[in-house]
Design a protein around this ligand. Structure first.
Ligand code: KIV
Ligand code: ZN
Length: 390
């Protein structure tokens, strides 16, 4: 049975680029947009066109070069924003306007100094106006994570009636628990009249480290789009990480869900985004971090050398990483040392390995990591007859 598709909406160039110090110029954005298209994402949120002339130009140029993905421009529920976004995406093969407004009591009271009824009116007016420019209009209910479900359902019903094709339910502040976010999606699926005319979308922030878990809870409960970024970059603690949600679906066939993403391009895309934004990837980052497929403790190394699956739940090649790494540290065992020594040309016998291992431990206690050059030095210090090495 073929799996149901979950759309991947990439917002690296909008929510991701909001990170201080991650600003990109148009040329850099074009390179990333082309790569995202090649990667197989369904939607590229190219920017917030009214925010600056530079962002307008980037969205306009991206719209011209992207061949497959929908190109989306963000707006507030403000006429001028919508007009400018429509202008910026006019060359896109598949244009989308992403408009919306805050729906939580906190946003209504403090940001808009308004009422719930007025917010619904503004939301509907924005969607109707956006529909005069493009067919595909996504609506976001900002701070939906802290919006009560009954009111959220009223907002959703009104904007679907006005023509919204996608309903974005952002956990803007990263507050929700996975179960709570899942229940929210289920509630909307069951209580919004006309919901079958729209796709529910997850947009989760990572303030409590739950963005990926919340997005997965969302799709398990009926959402069919995830908004995410490469390396999980984004406001504050970031957004849902694209590589994580894609691989969760790939590695869990029982979910019966999949994406159009070519996972073999994940690692190189992560590197490309990290380098152009000057934003290093944390070494322990799932899927794309330097240590994601590195093994350093003796017990794990012995297992992986015997069979990779003992300590790896996915094949590094599936995400574009060439091979698992056996890192030599003071916690490594003989199996790892023999394995790495063989790679640099020494096929040690058991007795030779015992000798070399003693020197290795002395060496490793003084160094964080033992490299290939160090192995040659250790063999030399061990005074074993290298000619006798097989
Ligand atoms: O986090 C959020 O609520 C957003 C919206 C603008 C979609 O980024
Ligand atoms: Zn966001």
């Amino acid at each position: 049975m073929s799996k149901e598709k979950v759309q991947i909406f990439d917002t690296t160039l909008r929510d991701g680029e909001q990170v201080p110090g991650c600003k990109l110029n148009t040329a850099q954005k074009l390179v990333i947009a082309k790569r995202l298209d090649e990667l197989g994402v369904d939607v590229i949120e190219a920017g917030f066109p009214i925010s600056s002339p530079g962002d307008f130009t980037s969205v306009e140029e991206i719209s011209k070069v992207v061949k497959n993905a929908t190109v989306c421009g963000l707006t507030r529920s403000v006429k001028k924003d919508i007009e400018v976004a429509a202008e910026a995406i006019r060359h896109a093969v598949r244009p989308r306007i992403h408009t919306g407004i805050g729906t939580s009591d906190s946003h209504i009271k403090y940001k808009f100094k308004s009422t719930r009824e007025d917010i619904i009116e503004r939301a509907v007016a924005a969607v109707k106006y956006a529909k005069t420019f493009v067919e595909d209009v996504e609506f976001y209910a900002e701070d939906a994570g802290r919006t009560d479900n009954e009111f959220l359902a009223r907002v959703c019903e009104a904007v679907v009636k006005a023509g919204a094709t996608v309903l974005n339910i952002p956990d803007t502040t990263g507050y929700c628990l996975p179960e709570e976010y899942g229940v929210k999606m289920k509630y909307l699926k069951e209580n919004v009249k006309g919901i079958d005319k729209a796709i529910l979308s997850c947009h989760c922030h990572n303030d409590l480290g739950l963005a990926t878990a919340n997005s997965i809870a969302g799709i398990v409960n009926g959402a069919r789009q995830i908004e995410c970024t490469i390396n999980g970059i984004g406001e504050r603690a970031g957004n849902t990480s694209l590589e994580e949600v894609v691989m969760v679906m790939r590695q869990h066939p029982t979910l019966n869900l999949d994406t159009n993403v070519n996972s073999k391009l994940l690692y190189s895309t992560s590197q490309m985004v990290s380098e152009s934004m000057g934003m290093p990837v944390q070494p322990n980052k799932a899927i794309v971090g330097a240590n994601a497929f590195a093994h350093s403790s003796g017990i794990h190394q012995d297992g992986v050398i015997k069979n990779r699956e003992t300590y790896e739940i996915m094949d590094p090649a599936d995400v574009g990483v060439t091979e698992s790494a056996i890192v030599l540290t003071a916690r490594s065992g003989r199996a790892a040392l023999a394995y790495r020594a063989k790679k640099v040309g020494y096929n040690l016998t058991k007795l030779q390995l015992d000798e070399v291992y003693k020197e290795f431990l002395n060496f490793a206690d003084r160094k964080k990591e033992v490299g290939d050059k160090d192995i040659h030095q250790i063999i030399e210090i061990s005074k074993i007859d290298t000619k006798a090495i097989a």
